[in-house]
Write a protein that binds this ligand. Structure first.
Ligand code: MG
Ligand code: MG
Length: 276
């Protein structure tokens, strides 16, 4: 099991498949769902603000400062800060960085950058978790297409969320959506259950995988769905800071994530920014 197991925002593969004895998927009660709505709304608010304020010349540390300040102002604590030793409240992964980028004072954002901001808030015992990709200034058309393809893949997966469908319905829809765009789906990381723990069962795959435990969706499940889409190879590697994951070929990567509740009728996107 490598160091990245159970890290933000995803659980590395294949250790995620090692379901511990006794571990189960928690169905949230209506009052717990209310709390998760509140935690997720804080996340959505912070990401909406960051999407609006991010500009060339700022540093990723500036964005982290804003996120931490706002999460705390809203009565929550940053889910990521200190999680397995992660030093910040957001993951800020720029261009060829895939996930887990550490915000840095010397990391200046430039026009044309593709910036993934992932954050979580812990509020009254529950977490919300979401990620956006920001096109800074004028980005190349190919980058724009990648960002849109990643977002389309997320929504293709979310559309499969309803009682009776399975995790592999989500995975298959995401995989098909990305393949149709001719980009590649990163297989080294998965989404996850979210609730009392930032990462809990089940692993939510972004591609069909016969070895993955398939699970039938039930009302009350809360899932973080988070496809990662690369412009080039699907393969990744981790830098010597032991956090930042980059594409093996240095090509661009994009990711979107929502915390999603399985409802009686289908789904509710708890981290929906359009409601803010
Ligand atoms: Mg996340
Ligand atoms: Mg996540």
């Amino acid at each position: 099991m490598n160091f990245l197991t159970n890290l933000l925002p995803t659980v590395s593969f294949p250790p995620a498949l090692r379901v511990k004895p006794g571990q189960r998927i928690e169905l949230k009660s209506s009052s717990e769902i209310e709390t998760m709505r509140a935690a997720s709304k804080i996340v959505a608010t912070v990401l909406k603000e960051i999407s609006e304020l991010t500009a060339a010349g700022m540093t990723t540390a500036d964005l982290d400062d804003h996120a931490e300040k706002r999460i705390r102002e809203m009565g929550a604590t940053p889910s990521f800060k200190g999680y397995h030793g992660f030093p910040a409240s957001i993951c800020a992964s720029v261009n060829n960085e895939v996930v887990h980028g550490i915000p840095r004072k010397r990391k200046v954002i430039k026009s044309g950058d593709v910036v993934k901001i992932d954050t979580g808030a812990y509020y009254e015992g529950f977490h919300g978790d979401s990620c956006i990709t920001i096109a800074v200034g004028k980005v190349k058309p190919a980058a724009e297409r990648l960002i849109e393809a990643a977002q389309a893949a997320l929504y293709a997966g979310i559309e499969q969320v309803k009682p009776g469908n399975t995790l592999m319905d989500i995975a298959g829809a995401i995989e098909d959506s990305i393949k149709a765009s001719r980009f590649t789906v990163v297989e080294d990381f998965t989404g996850h259950g979210v609730g009392r723990n930032l990462h809990e069962e089940p692993a939510v795959f972004n591609f069909r995988n016969k070895r993955a435990p398939n699970v039938t969706l039930q009302p009350g499940m809360t899932l973080a769905i988070e496809p990662i889409v690369n412009a080039g190879t699907k393969h990744t590697r981790t830098l010597s800071d032991r956090w930042t994951v980059v594409t093996l070929d240095r090509a661009l990567s994009a990711q979107w994530e929502h915390t999603v509740l399985v409802t009686d009728a289908g789904y509710e996107i708890l981290t929906d920014r359009s409601k803010i």
